[in-house]
Design a protein around this ligand. Structure first.
Ligand SMILES: Cc1cc2nc3c(=O)[nH]c(=O)nc-3n(C[C@H](O)[C@H](O)[C@H](O)COP(=O)(O)O)c2cc1C
Length: 372
């Protein structure tokens, strides 16, 4: 199947043209009837399944995926000021063999793969994506978030992803305040919940690696909590192997007032088209984030570590939510995260190349959990 984001066009062209989709839309009333009850961040939802920050560039994408039956819809990361996208290309298919990310020391090396045969499903697809977290001016994205919110069906939730912008001379506290300002704007514009991205590998400034520091996680959480009051917020984490660090980060997030964590973001690699030929042009773009099938195992492992850390910290699903992300390419993959205990699950790469993933998961949920 073809991606709804055309990887042969620039980010700006995809933003302007809207999603590339001409298929049939499901009958949502029929699709949602008979599903097991689900909640997300204290709200009743049709299902705890959706799309993480990224593939839904603006309200046109949010509206399409809402109509396709995805219920946890995340608006791609925005900032307190305009930021351009990294240059084209921004998405390329890569070869990622099992366990590729388990290296010590330098970042692993991956190679791009030949053009995709988009006439068939892509359950084994891994990609690299590198946008640098572009953002429209707040006035533009806020008006668009309001449109996105208005396009939602009942039982759906709009999460807006935000990031703080690190400016010259900024302390951690200044950066945390910038996160909080972006989050307040998102709520003012109509977000049901906010997600703060602490884990983008495609930026060279410090905001992409905050998730590795419990102190930084705590600072951002406290600033968001003070700014948002009752509106729930999640923190988006990257992949971590060290169980103790996972527990410290989770406790810092919960202690700072976060409603939960979403993990994982993409895993960084050095990406080449051929030996010594950098795949994505430009300084600082040798390393870019990998997602899709190649991070499925890592996403599940991280979800298991987070669930264990939550138990050890004496927290429960009612007090602290965990959203599983990473390599959900099929309905069975999504069910695997839910069966593990994740409170929500989202598919990025999978949902781009298979817009019917929510339909397929809902059909599977009805078989796996038939209503009495
Ligand atoms: C096209 C694309 C753009 C992305 N942009 C963002 C972003 O702006 N903010 C963010 O937190 N994550 C971003 N991500 C990462 C996803 O939210 C997700 O963590 C990652 O892709 C792993 O999920 P997947 O394997 O289902 O794709 C992006 C992913 C893709 C595929």
């Amino acid at each position: 199947m073809k991606s709804t984001y055309n990887i042969d066009l620039s980010y700006d062209d995809n933003y302007a043209a809207g999603p590339d989709f001409s298929g049939d839309l499901p009958d949502l009333a029929a699709l949602n009837s008979g599903l097991p009850p689900a909640t997300f961040l204290g709200r009743a939802v049709n299902s705890a399944f959706g799309v993480p920050a990224g593939p839904l560039l603006n309200s046109a994408y949010i509206e399409l995926y809402a109509r396709l039956g995805f219920d946890l819809l995340t608006y791609k990361t925005v900032r307190t000021g305009y930021a351009p996208s990294h240059p084209f290309p921004n998405v390329r298919a890569v070869e990622a063999s099992p366990g590729w990310y388990q290296t010590s020391g330098e970042k692993p090396v991956l190679y791009t793969r030949a053009a995709l045969d988009e006439s068939r499903p892509q359950p084994d697809l891994s990609i690299t994506n590198s946008f640098g977290m572009p953002s429209k001016e707040p006035a533009v994205w806020m008006a668009d978030v309001a449109r996105a919110k208005a396009s939602l069906q009942s039982g759906q939730t709009l999460v807006v992803s935000v990031v703080g912008t690190s400016r010259l001379g900024y302390t951690l506290e200044d950066l945390a305040q910038d996160f909080a300002q972006a989050a307040s704007m998102a709520v003012q514009a109509g977000a049901d919940a906010v997600e703060a991205n602490l884990s983008c590998p495609n930026v060279r400034s410090g905001e992409g690696s905050l998730y590795q520091s419990p102190a930084a996680v705590g600072s951002v959480a406290k600033a968001l909590s003070a700014a948002l009051g009752k509106t729930p917020f999640l923190l988006k984490m990257g992949y971590l192997e060290d169980r103790r660090l996972v527990r410290e980060v989770l406790e810092a997030a919960a202690g700072g007032g976060a409603a939960g964590l979403a993990a994982i973001n993409t895993i960084p690699a050095r990406v080449y088209t051929a030996p010594e030929q950098q795949a994505l042009p430009g300084e600082g773009r040798l390393v870019s984030g990998i997602c899709g099938a190649g991070i499925h195992e890592a996403g599940l492992a991280m979800a298991a570590r987070l669930l264990e850390a939550r138990r050890e910290a004496g927290l429960t699903k009612d007090s602290f939510s965990l959203v599983g992300v990473g390599g959900v390419m099929t309905a069975r993959d999504a069910l695997q995260y839910l069966k593990l205990g994740a409170d929500g699950v989202q598919s990025g790469t999978g949902a781009m190349w298979n817009p019917y993933l929510a339909v397929e998961l809902k059909q599977l949920l009805k078989t796996a959990f038939p209503s009495q």
